[in-house]
Design a binder for this molecule. Structure first.
Ligand code: ZN
Length: 114
């Protein structure tokens, strides 16, 4: 289960901490499939493109069906509350209230990158 492995490869200098995570590198390293399986463990995610994402994490959702995630592009959309974005970075920004760079850093840390 690679996704729970924390970043441990910083080396001795610590210089990696000050590097800005690269969006392309992160998006190439963390597939939307792995990402959403981790973020939405209860959702029946199986096929390419749009899947039922289960309960929407952006509003007090009690009836699955309106929240969709795209396992090919990472896009997400809720037809109930209107929250939507184009990739997993946008999802992390929206869910955790982060700026773009902060979301990249969280992804890099969560997925053991850099
Ligand atoms: Zn919603």
């Amino acid at each position: 289960m690679a996704y729970i492995k924390k970043a441990t490869r910083y080396g001795n200098t610590g210089k990696a901490h000050s590097q800005k995570p690269n969006a392309d590198f992160i998006k190439n390293s963390v597939t939307p499939f792995d990402f959403y399986r981790h973020e939405l463990p209860a959702a029946p995610l199986k096929k390419p493109n749009w899947n039922n994402g289960g309960l929407c994490p952006f509003h007090a959702d009690r009836t699955p069906g309106s929240f969709l995630v795209n396992l090919t592009t990472g896009a997400f959309k809720c037809y109930s509350c209107g929250m939507a974005g184009g990739d997993i970075v946008a999802f992390v920004m929206a869910l955790y209230g982060l700026q773009f760079i902060e979301a990249l850093a969280k992804l890099a840390d969560d997925w053991g990158l850099l």
